[in-house]
Design a binder for this molecule. Structure first.
Ligand SMILES: C[S@@+](CC[C@H](N)C(=O)[O-])C[C@H]1O[C@@H](n2cnc3c(N)ncnc32)[C@H](O)[C@@H]1O
Length: 280
């Protein structure tokens, strides 16, 4: 199949857009209003090409009417999720955690359980571990663990490898670079790896925030759920928050992305800072 003939058939029709966008919103929460049509089309084109499927209509038949198609949702999610993340993203949250949340929590407990919900390729949970280590170094030893979850299979695979590029850590302080990142033995490599002292603190697993059962065995004191609810409609946002809250200890802290808020939602979470909430 030559590329010119291939690309000429990959336009998404009204029916297919409607079907796929409804399915994606119901399964994953990500809303895809008509303005997102070109985005969906372009993000799924890679899948059509990989599967050698020549129209969105055939793709829908494959997804919805074949046995193999039920597995396609995993690949489809990978193609449509926005996984943008960074080290030191919204750093005021880490500052708040170290200077306010941890001292407050440690008045009533000796262990801290953290959850990075929608962790993408791992920068956020590894950053949490680095700040926990800093806190411990300056204060006292504490037991802590970090669970990091995401729906995207490829993001979780990348996160587990813990390998990043130098340019990804330009924003990180020299002290953090030295303490928490390993250089490659190859002097020409542009890659760095998170050190085991940090890697060992984080457990990755898949969780779809839209599903009722998250399967957590313990409750959390600190939850970072940043820059994911923004893709959901109000009802789905409220459902996710309700489920997250059911996995939080009372007095626990919830950090959302800076453009996300709980305005108009449940009151058992009190606003204590910019996109920071505390469970009663
Ligand atoms: C923009 S990234 C945010 C990453 C990180 N929290 C941050 O703030 O940098 C959004 C992440 O949400 C994940 N995501 C989208 N829908 C999800 C769902 N229903 N359940 C779990 N994760 C989801 C995506 O796979 C993506 O990795």
């Amino acid at each position: 199949m030559d590329d010119i003939a291939y690309t000429s058939v990959k336009k998404i029709g009204d029916r297919e857009f409607e079907k796929l966008s409804r399915y994606i919103e119901a399964e994953v929460g990500i809303k895809l209003p008509p303005v997102k049509r070109t985005l969906l089309e372009s993000r799924l084109q890679k899948r059509l090409k990989q599967l050698q499927i020549h129209s969105f209509s055939d793709y829908c038949d494959y997804v919805f009417d074949t046995e193999k198609g039920s597995m396609e949702i995993i690949e489809m999610i990978d193609a449509i999720t926005t996984n943008k993340t960074d080290f030191m993203r919204e750093p005021a949250h880490f500052e708040y955690m170290v200077h306010t949340a941890l001292p407050e929590l440690l008045k009533t407990r000796s262990e801290i359980h953290l959850w990075s919900a929608a962790c993408s390729s791992g920068q956020e949970p590894y950053n949490l571990a680095m700040f926990m280590e800093e806190f411990i170094e300056k204060n006292r030893p504490i037991n802590y663990d970090i669970v990091a979850t995401d729906i995207s299979k490829s993001s979780l695979e990348k996160a587990k490898k813990a390998i990043y590029y130098y340019k990804d850590i330009e924003i990180v302080t020299d002290s953090f670079k030295k303490k928490y990142f390993l250089k490659s033995r190859n002097p020409n490599s542009s890659e760095v790896r998170i050190k085991p002292v940090i890697r060992d603190k984080v457990t990755f697993r898949p969780i779809n925030l839209m599903k009722d059962d998250y399967g957590h065995r313990s409750k959390f004191d600190i939850v970072f759920c940043r820059n994911v609810l923004i893709y959901f409609n109000k009802d789905n946002q409220a459902d996710v928050i309700r489920r997250i809250m059911s996995h939080m200890n009372s007095g626990g802290y919830l950090f959302l992305g800076h453009s996300e808020s709980l305005a108009g939602m449940r009151k058992e979470l009190n606003s204590v800072g910019a996109s920071i909430y505390r469970k009663e």
